[in-house]
Design a binder for this molecule. Structure first.
Ligand code: DGY
Length: 340
């Protein structure tokens, strides 16, 4: 492929606003693999090498390791269409002077909407109710058909009071909930924001949170510290009627332990937008509990049209900034610009 200006490789089709921004400064190559057939690491390496790409726009399922980062001698910036960057080897990027950007902030409210959608769907047994209708079982109003759990007035435990966790807690004002949270340190400003909305909020240990909460929402990024954070011991602390929702990363929960806790009735209901493994195979044993005690969605936390458009723009703007020798607007790794 001829190279006459900066080249950007995108590992699959992203919303048009992002592509338009990139096309104003570079030749843009989009892998046409289709939405459900992501390129392998080998294919990404081959494409980046062949194109001698200057910029790489990647997504969560792409493993961006040292081999990918060294595939093109010209690679100067990697930007991911996600807030999470656990799929990128940041140390290697730093070693090679490659800037890394992501898309924080914009998706917090959209993810928080999904948390509540899952909580309500699970607590009020919406999927089962739908099946009840379509399976022809609905013959009459019945006092004990599809009875669920109340959400209003609950105690919500938020593991990780970052931007998404705070947006989840704020929505609790309308449900008259109390919030407890864990975080490495207390977050007085976030507590004040919530208290202004009438949400009572307390900083507690993880064990205390698990013991107190009717609803537990996992909102931590995946790090060495949070990987496998919730296992059998933690599930045993939870109330038998508690509901757990994970929209962060599948690896924060030990999947086998979750299966065992559900099997032993140590935890009542679970909703997962992220899984380990991800994608969750349709034959996975965890799905034995679906849909009455488990709902799984395919990692759609940020999946609204405006948010995905904005994420595409932000990911593109990171790349453009690097080409202009400017700081990335949303940087994770900021080596000095090559021209500086
Ligand atoms: C992210 O951006 O990291 C979310 O998990 C998906 O949108």
């Amino acid at each position: 492929m001829p190279k006459n200006e900066a080249v950007v490789y995108i590992t699959r089709k992203i919303p048009d606003p992002g592509i338009e921004i990139l096309e104003s400064v570079a030749d843009v190559y989009v892998n046409d693999c289709g939405p459900q057939n992501p390129p392998s690491k080998t294919e990404i390496i081959e494409d980046v090498t062949e194109l001698e790409a200057d910029g790489l726009l990647c997504m969560l399922p792409d493993e961006i390791d040292r081999d990918v980062l060294t595939a093109s001698p010209d690679l100067e910036v990697v930007s991911t269409l996600s807030v999470g960057f656990d799929h990128i080897d940041l140390e290697a990027a730093n070693d090679y002077g490659i800037a890394v950007g992501h898309t924080p902030g914009v998706l917090s409210e959209t993810c928080a909407d999904l948390v509540w959608a899952l909580v309500l769907a699970t607590a009020r047994r919406i999927v089962e109710g739908y099946r009840f209708v379509t399976d022809g079982e609905w013959k009459t109003w019945a006092p004990e058909a599809i009875v669920g759990q109340d959400v209003y007035g609950s105690t919500l435990g938020i593991i990780g009071l970052g931007k998404i966790g705070t947006a989840v807690a704020k929505r609790g004002a309308g449900f008259d909930i109390d919030v407890c949270y864990t975080a490495r340190s207390r977050k007085p400003e976030r507590e004040a924001e919530l208290e202004e909305l009438g949400v009572e909020v307390t900083h507690v240990s993880l064990d205390e949170l698990l013991r107190r909460s009717d609803l537990v929402s996992v909102n931590v990024p995946l790090t060495d510290e949070t990987e496998g954070l919730l296992g059998r011991r933690e599930f045993q602390q939870m109330d038998d009627d508690a509901l757990l929702v994970n929209t962060s990363r599948g690896e924060v929960i030990q999947t086998d332990a979750l299966y065992e806790a559900l099997a032993a009735d140590e935890i009542s209901r679970v909703c997962l937008d992220v899984t380990d493994p991800e994608p969750l195979p349709p034959t996975h044993r965890l799905l034995e509990f679906a849909p009455d005690r488990l709902i799984v969605t395919p990692h759609i936390g940020s999946s609204s049209v405006p948010t995905r458009n904005k994420m595409a723009e932000m990911a593109a703007e990171n790349i453009v900034a690097r080409f202009r020798d400017e700081q990335l607007p949303n940087a994770v790794v900021s080596p000095p610009n090559p021209g500086v």
